[in-house]
Design a protein around this ligand. Structure first.
Ligand code: IPT
Length: 988
């Protein structure tokens, strides 16, 4: 009886009925009626709860709620209580039983109604109704007449309304089902959200469609332009700048000396299609040719290197409904951070985003709305990708992807979708795209094992060693020799790498080195651009705001904070990962060689010479600027290096610094900044930089006459310091009350410690070894005539492995007025078998306070860890404890300042001076490691009245383990005998 069921479309595999054929998104001067705004809305609990006559024009909906269109209905009411259902997050699993194409009968269904007026003169007899995004299936009635139904949430659907639209009052009714057969094809790693979440409009129908085909011949400088137009009337083409006026669009028009389009110089020519009927359609034309040449990805005859990100559409208050401002913010932030490519993971974005990519210059992998990852846990059985019953749905999605976005010069690659296994339907979709548009390449990572139907060898999350193997073309052969030959001829891309979840990712520099070493490697895309945190308020009297993640809405199955793995925090503030990525992928690499006084500039651009950059130098002595000026670097062509001898001014500044003999490090910093404003940043915006240590301080130890340690009643005095006689712990330095330091190896686990998509997470071995519950047992406290020796052992209950530690304290006998110095040398010796790396190795201590000013000399200003430190530059930095905390959505170890030479922590109760020997990693927090580890959200962190200070000899690397490889061997912190030193002082 299913055929008679009016709701059968929800579960049948058909992509829709009554729809118009897909076509390009374009603007026209024909009238349109925008239908965004408040609509009447009712959320039915399922198919048994529908409003029978809701589509009737005279149905009384005045008692219904008002809901904004576009919006995701689950986001309504945020950051307070969601009004309609709740968001739910799963990465791979479907949130319902896998029984395709069936979905639960309890299927939340939004009933939408909207009245609108068709003004006089509007061509009601030739118009379309356009939905740009409806999640997940919907049916449409206009004035009581059913127009059809559709699926494909992130794809445009249009209906012919000529038979139903009338002048004056019209009533549109739309039923939107949260779940449908389409949900099986839309298992992207993101929140499940529903509704009419992109714009709706009625548009007069004139020119049906057009396809702007361009090419650029780099050998001749000629551009070719041919526009295939589908229209009921004759249409002409004008591009005044190219001398084309009222021409036949089909051309082909061959134009000498065009400027090609690229990410770096996104040259767009403004044109127009004019139909005999009077319709005008603005065009923005970019000339470019995408080609694989000798296994290298090229555009316009030159290789390109993708320094990309995977971008989901996200806003913490509105979900996948974005304003154009937000889209622009994304594009500008990408450009400002040296990013030159976007994969629209894992669906076509709002089409306006692609306009911005055309305009500001980003290479785009435009991806289809497709993912069936939830079939993987079942061994890919019944996967739609290989089931003929779903073929039409796959072809429909491919066609709607290509047709809508085919006129964007920024789109250089069509991506079939993500994580959908492999199968005949994907191959058929690729074949369809190939015949429709042979000017772009086809990407689909899921076909990596054979690459039978793709044009790029795409991989995700592989480590640098495997990447290098691929770069050398030495990957293991495919099963079929023909496929193998094909695959070996393909450029390779990392469609996802550098999983930016929590603190990290580590290892980006290593990836970039490998990418730049092998022409076959066309670069890649970090996973991912932004954390999908949802803005919420705690429900208490004094509500705190926080970002919710999976599980925070009581989901039955969920993947926690795996949804928060972006380079931007949800409010679009850059995370340390983005700052690091910007440095790692700088398109111009500067090299300073102090020995030869040379500065090299290597241009990694695709097409742009370095002439658009101003180079500047600064010399800082201990962080104090002592000279600066401009640097004349001849315009350096892409792919080449220019070396100059630094100017006499630099030498003069160094000579002066040498003479001054401040005892500090003297650094030369060279920066490359925009000489003039671009569309995406103003003049002066920094693109690249480098530093060179030009004067190392002479090793002239300050004379240090050791003071004796003297035992008193309950305490030991050593110079300006007092120690607890029993625990040997420092309790006072000058006027400053202290507690510690004690050996510490534990860190509040980062996401890369807790999770591993491909192996055993690190945390298991750490917990088994008891690293989170190490006990510090003091074995001896021995004062002597020249200092104090404290011996201790750090070990966990039940474990026979421990870490012996000897703290040797010495102090200055005659402290300068107001300057007291105290030195610690710690020697750590593993005792018993140690098979696990240590999270950190250093000492922890605390002092009173809730915040402090922190000034340091060393790399900064941001967070840095051993495998994520490219972006930190040596200098004098000033911050506060509060500002040094990185607000990870799920709190975890963060905020380390790496290789600090010396620091000053100023609290109301006094100032603590710290000097590394020669360097020490520094973290200060207003809460303990335990509190940080126990917190689920930022608002769980409460200042406890003490400042918790970590002085670390080393950290275990960050890696990308949550979804990718762990830290590389040199960044693994092994438990071996280690000595390190640090000096303390106070000043008022
Ligand atoms: C990979 C997915 O392609 C991507 O959508 C996202 O889920 C990412 O992982 C992790 O955040 S799939 C992964 C399990 C290999």
């Amino acid at each position: 009886m299913r055929d008679l069921d009016p709701n059968a479309y929800v579960e049948d595999r058909s992509p829709g009925t009554g729809r118009l054929r897909p076509r390009a998104a374009f603007a026209s001067d024909l009238p349109t009626i925008a239908l965004d705004g408040d609509w009447r809305f009712r959320l039915a609990s399922g198919l048994d709860d529908l409003t029978g006559d809701f589509a009737a024009p005279d149905f009384d909906d005045t008692a219904w709620d008002l809901l904004a269109v576009p919006s995701c209905w689950q986001m309504t009411g945020l950051p307070g209580e969601p009004r309609y259902g709740t968001p739910a997050y799963t990465n791979i699993l479907y949130p319902f039983p896998v029984d395709p194409p069936r979905v639960p009968r309890q299927n939340p269904t939004g009933e939408y109604r909207r009245e609108f007026d068709v003004p006089d003169g509007f061509p009601a007899s030739a118009a379309v109704l356009r939905f740009e995004g409806v999640d997940s299936a919907f049916a449409v009635w206009l004035n009581g007449i059913r127009l059809g139904d559709g699926k494909g949430s992130r794809l445009t659907t249009e209906f012919d309304v000529s038979a139903a639209l009338r002048p004056g009052r019209n009533v549109l009714a739309v039923r939107v089902h949260q779940w449908s057969s389409g949900s099986y094809l839309e298992d992207q790693d993101m929140w499940w959200l529903s509704g009419i979440f992109r714009s709706v409009s009625v548009a007069a129908r004139g020119v049906e469609d057009f396809f702007v085909r361009t090419a650029y011949d780099h050998t001749t400088g000629q551009g070719t332009l041919a526009v295939d137009v589908t229209a009921p009337a004759r249409v002409s083409l004008s591009v005044p700048e190219l001398g084309i006026s009222g021409a036949d669009p089909a051309g082909p028009h061959v134009i000498d000396g065009v400027e090609p389009w690229s990410d770096e110089q996104p040259r767009l020519y403004t044109g127009e299609l004019v139909s005999e009927a009077g319709e005008r359609i603005p065009l923005r034309i970019g000339f470019r040719t995408v080609a694989v040449v000798d296994g290298v990805l090229t555009v316009n005859g030159r290789p390109i290197s993708l320094r990309g990100v995977n971008r989901h559409e996200w806003h913490p208050l509105t979900g996948r409904t974005l304003t154009e401002d937000t889209m622009l913010t994304d594009v500008l932030l990408m450009k400002q951070h040296n990013i030159n490519a976007v994969r629209t993971a894992h669906y076509p974005p709002d089409h306006r985003f692609l306009d911005l990519c055309d305009e500001h210059g980003l290479w785009v992998f435009c991806e289809g709305d497709l993912e069936t990852h939830g079939f993987e846990p079942g061994g890919w059985q019944r996967n739609p990708s290989d089931d003929p019953a779903w073929r039409e749905a796959y072809l429909d999605r491919a066609a709607r992807l290509v047709e809508r976005d085919k006129n964007h010069p920024s789109v250089i690659v069509w991506s079939l979708g993500n994580e959908s296994g492999t199968g005949a339907n994907l191959a058929a979709a690729a074949a369809w795209i190939r015949q429709r548009d042979d000017s772009r390449l086809i990407h689909y990572e899921g076909d990596f094992a054979s690459c039978a139907y793709v044009d790029l060898y795409s991989r995700m999350y592989i480590g640098v060693d495997e990447l290098a193997t691929v770069g050398r073309g030495q990957e293991a052969p495919t099963a079929d020799p023909a496929d193998d030959a094909h695959r070996r001829a393909l450029p390779a891309v990392l469609c996802e790498y550098g999983h930016a979840m929590g603190t990290g990712p580590g290892g980006l520099s290593e990836y970039q080195q490998v990418i730049e070493a092998h022409p076959r490697l066309a670069g890649g895309f970090i996973w991912e651009w932004i954390d999908h945190g949802i803005a919420r308020l705690t429900g208490q009297e004094d509500p705190h705001s926080f970002y919710a993640y999976g599980g925070d809405f009581g989901e039955e199955v969920h993947d926690g904070n795996f949804v928060a793995d972006g380079l931007l925090f949800p409010d679009r503030t850059p995370s340390p990962g983005l700052v690091e990525y910007k440095k790692v992928i700088e398109p111009v690499r500067i090299h300073i060689d102090p020995a030869t006084r040379q500065i090299g500039v290597h241009n990694l651009h695709h097409a742009r010479d370095s002439g658009y950059l101003d180079f500047q130098w600064t010399v800082e002595d201990g962080g104090e600027p002592v000279g600066s000026g401009g640097l004349t670097v001849p315009a350096t062509a892409p792919g080449t290096t220019t070396t100059i001898v630094w100017p006499a001014d630099v030498t003069a500044a160094l000579d002066a610094a040498r003479k001054n003999d401040s005892g500090h490090e003297v650094w030369l910093t060279v920066t490359a900044v925009l000489a003039a404003g671009e569309t995406w940043a103003g003049a002066g915006h920094e693109i690249a930089w480098a530093q060179g240590l030009v004067v190392a301080p002479a090793a002239s130890p300050v004379p240090f006459t050791p003071a004796p340690a003297i035992a008193h009643d309950g305490y030991i005095a050593l110079g300006p310091a007092r120690f607890d006689a029993r625990s040997g712990v420092l309790i006072r330095l000058g006027d400053l009350e202290l507690d510690g330091p004690r050996l510490d190896v534990w860190r509040a686990p980062i996401d890369n410690d807790l999770l591993s998509a491909f192996g055993e997470p690190q945390i298991g071995a750490w917990l088994a070894a008891g690293l989170h519950r190490m006990r510090h047992d003091v074995l001896g406290v021995e004062p002597d005539a020249s200092g104090l020796t404290v011996t201790a052992r750090l070990a966990a209950a039940g474990s026979s492995s421990g870490l012996g530690v000897v703290y040797r304290w010495t102090a200055c006998d005659t402290p300068n007025a107001g300057q007291a110095r105290l030195r610690l040398e710690a020697v750590v010796t593993p005792d018993g078998p140690w098979s696990v790396p240590l999270p950190r190795l250093g000492v922890a201590m605390s002092l009173p306070g809730t915040d402090a000013e922190v000034e340091w000399f060393g790399p900064g200003p941001g967070e840095a860890y051993r495998d994520s430190r490219a972006a930190a530059r040596v200098g004098r930095h000033l911050s506060t404890v509060s500002a040094m905390q990185i607000p990870q959505i799920r709190p975890q170890e963060n905020g380390n300042r790496h290789q600090v030479r010396h620091a000053r922590i100023t609290t109301p109760g006094g100032t603590l001076l710290i000097t590394g020997d020669p360097v020490i990693d520094l973290t200060v927090r207003p809460w303990s490691t335990e509190a940080l580890a126990a917190a689920a959200h930022q608002h769980d962190l409460v200042r406890d009245g003490r400042l918790h200070l970590h002085l670390d000899h080393a950290h275990h690397g960050l890696g990308s383990t949550a979804c990718g490889p762990g830290p590389s061997a040199p960044d693994v912190l092994a438990a071996v005998t280690t000595a390190f030193g640090v000096e303390f002082g106070t000043s008022r």
